[in-house]
Structures are given as C-alpha cells and as structure tokens.
Ligand binder design. Structure first.
Ligand code: MUC
Ligand code: MG
Length: 374
C-alpha cells in the first residue's frame, strides 16, 4: 500500500552559542531552531529545520510563529496525503499558504529527507546529484572585539579549519568599523579572504564611503550594505565600485534575483534554503544567477546541523560555486542534537553520504535542549 503522512511535529530547540555573536541588528547568545519531524504510515521518519536569527530581528518569521504555522496551517493540509510526489504536496500548500518561507523550508526538507530514506538515496541525488563531496565553508568573526577576532582568525588559519572570513559590521560608527576590518585584514594578510556583512545597516552615502574604504583595505566582498527595500541603491553601488556586492536580504528566491538582475545588478547572491522555502526552491536561484552572470554563494541563517546539511546537499550540486559557503552554523553552537555531527576540515565540510540528509536525531540531546513550555 502507498505510504501516507501520519504525523508532523514542530519542536522548538534552544542551544547556547560558543560566544556572543554580534550582528548589526542583534547579538546572539542562544540559537533557537524549529526541528520538523514527519512520520509516514510505515513508521519512516524525515527531518527538517526552520531557523532564523534573533527572534524577529532578521526576518518576518519568529521560531514560535514558525511552529504555530506548521502545527495549525501546514500539518492539517498534509496529514493523510500520499508521499509519492513532493511536488504535488507543494502545489497543495501553495494553494492555501502565502509567504512563511522558513516554515515551508523546514517541511520541504523533512519531506525530502523522508523520500531519500524511502528510496535509500542521499538528498543530493534527489536534487540531481552532487558534484562536490567537500564543500568550502568560511567562518564569521563577530565577537564584537577586534583583538579577540584576530586571535580567533589566527587559531582557525593555523588549524586549517577556515581560510575565508566574514566580518559582521554596521552596528557601530562607519570609521570604527573600517578600522576594525582593516586591522583584521592586516593581521591575516594574503593568507585569508576577508569579506564583510553590513546586514542593511547603511544608507547610500555611508555605503559609498564605506565601500571606498573597504576596497582600499583589501576586502574581497561586501554583503548587503543597504536596505533590501532599495534595490536601485544596490545596483548603483555595484556599478560604482570594483569590490563586488553580495545580495543577501534583497533576494529570497529566483524571482527576486531576476528582478534585481533586470534592474542592472551584477555581483553575487547569497542563496539560503530558509529564505527560498526549501532546498529545491533555493536552487531555482542558481538557474537565474547563471543566466544573468551573477556569482553563487551558499548562505546560512545559522541553522544547526539538520538545516545546514539540507543546504549542503543543495549547494553540492552547483558548479561553479564562485564564493563557497558559510555553512558553519553547527560550529557556533555549544552542542548538537544529531547522532553524527558534521566533519569540518581543510576550509570546508564533508557532505554526508547516507540516505536522505544522512544524519539522524540524538534523542537524549533533543530532550535536553527542547523547549519545555511553548
Ligand atoms: C547573514 O546575514 O548573512 C550568516 C553568517 C552570520 O554570521 O550571520 C548570517 C546571516
Ligand atoms: Mg548576510
């Protein structure tokens, strides 16, 4: 008999970070993940994750809201449905739910994991097949302290864990940020690529000054210097400076990227499974980017291992992946809830090769970190 969806759980999990993680809009000391578990009528399970940054500081969906969306709006539409075609399930959801991309991403991931397990194939195979088994991963320096960031960068360079670094700026005065970035670039020299993420904090005039200073300091890439609400500003900045711009908050999916490219944007795009609504949907951007000559980068919303692995399966199918990835989320957390944590080495991570995502839940850890009262 055909397998059908028996139950869907959305579980809030809180794990402390290894150090405060300072972004322009929030400082994180804890990461909250929504773990999605789909069980079918044969007892087979698929896992997904829907995670954002700083509650509602980064985007319009909060962890608690994601759980509510899944429990009250998505689950009733999927229970009892056949698992034969995930596309049919997506069409069903599209008919009744607008937006809520993070919640959809967690559910799409769990359905893909379940399908991979049922077919005994890794998720990357369901997405067309991996061309990389080792995927480059940068590290984000965001302790809020220049000396601490330099020590962190040196330790990571010496251990061979990471060679590319992203610095989170935009919360302080422009020239303080510039001095912070220039000091780190000087300390690491040509041994490392330094990129910055402003998380929309600058207006156009500040960005123009900042881009000139960062270009002179030897920075390789500037991520989302200005608001996502002003695409024309991003286009003008990209035209004016040699240093490339990475569009993050400006682009959630293939349509956003098409519109930005049509407006004249050239640079790179940070694809994220959460922004797009799932690993399969995120890959639609890669097709648009290739057609428009825009560089690809695998982005994170600082997911734990389940969300990170889902994204890695998607990015593993892309060649070229011009700017690598930032799938370091699990390393920022003090602990993990999976049975086989990822292996990071040589400036990257090994793609798990078991069926589906290739990782399972450690039930003991899940009960330790799951939120007791919602
Ligand atoms: C973002 O805006 O790119 C990725 C790495 C990090 O530290 O924050 C995220 C979100
Ligand atoms: Mg960003």
């Amino acid at each position: 008999m055909q397998a059908t969806i028996q139950s869907i759980e959305a579980i809030l999990v809180d794990i402390p970070t290894i150090r405060p993680h300072r972004l322009s809009m929030t400082t994180m000391g804890l990461q909250t993940m929504v773990i999605v578990r789909v069980t079918d009528s044969d007892g087979c399970q698929g896992l997904g994750e829907a995670t954002t940054i700083g509650g509602l500081a980064y985007g319009p969906e909060s962890p608690e809201g994601i759980k509510l969306t899944i429990d009250h709006y998505i689950t009733p539409w999927l229970l009892g449905q056949s698992l034969d075609s995930i596309n049919t399930l997506k069409v069903r959801l599209d008919a009744v739910i607008r937006g809520n991309q993070l919640a959809r991403s967690g559910v799409e991931t769990a359905l893909l994991d379940l399908q991979g397990k049922r077919l005994n194939q890794p998720l990357s195979v369901l997405l067309g097949g991996a061309v990389h088994s080792h995927i480059p991963v940068l590290w984000t320096l965001a302790s809020g302290d220049t000396e601490r960031d330099i020590d962190e960068a040196r330790t990571l360079l010496e251990s061979g864990w990471h060679r590319d670094f992203k610095l989170k700026i935009g919360s302080g005065a422009l020239m303080e940020d510039v001095r912070h970035v220039a000091a780190i670039k000087k300390a690491v020299g040509d041994r490392a690529s330094i990129r910055v993420d402003v998380n929309q904090a600058w207006d156009e005039a500040t960005a123009a000054r900042g881009m000139a200073e960062l270009q002179a300091a030897g920075v390789d890439l500037v991520e989302q210097p200005t608001s996502r609400r002003h695409p024309a500003v991003l286009v003008r900045l990209a035209e004016k400076f040699q240093i490339p711009i990475l569009a993050d908050e400006s682009v959630a999916d293939g349509t956003d990227l098409y519109n930005l490219a049509a407006a004249g944007f050239g640079g790179a795009v940070a694809m994220k499974i959460g922004k797009a609504g799932g690993p399969a949907r995120a890959l639609e951007q890669a097709v648009v980017a290739r057609s428009a000559g825009i560089g690809l980068y695998g982005g994170t919303l600082l997911e734990g291992t389940i969300g990170t692995v889902a994204a890695l399966h998607a990015w593993s199918t892309l060649e070229p992946l011009h700017w690598g990835t930032e799938m370091f989320g699990p390393l920022l957390m003090k602990d993990d809830i999976v049975d086989h944590p990822l292996t990071f080495h040589d400036n990257g991570v090994a793609l798990p090769c078991g069926p589906g995502l290739g990782v399972g839940i450690d039930e003991g850890k899940l009960s330790e970190y799951r939120r007791q009262s919602v």
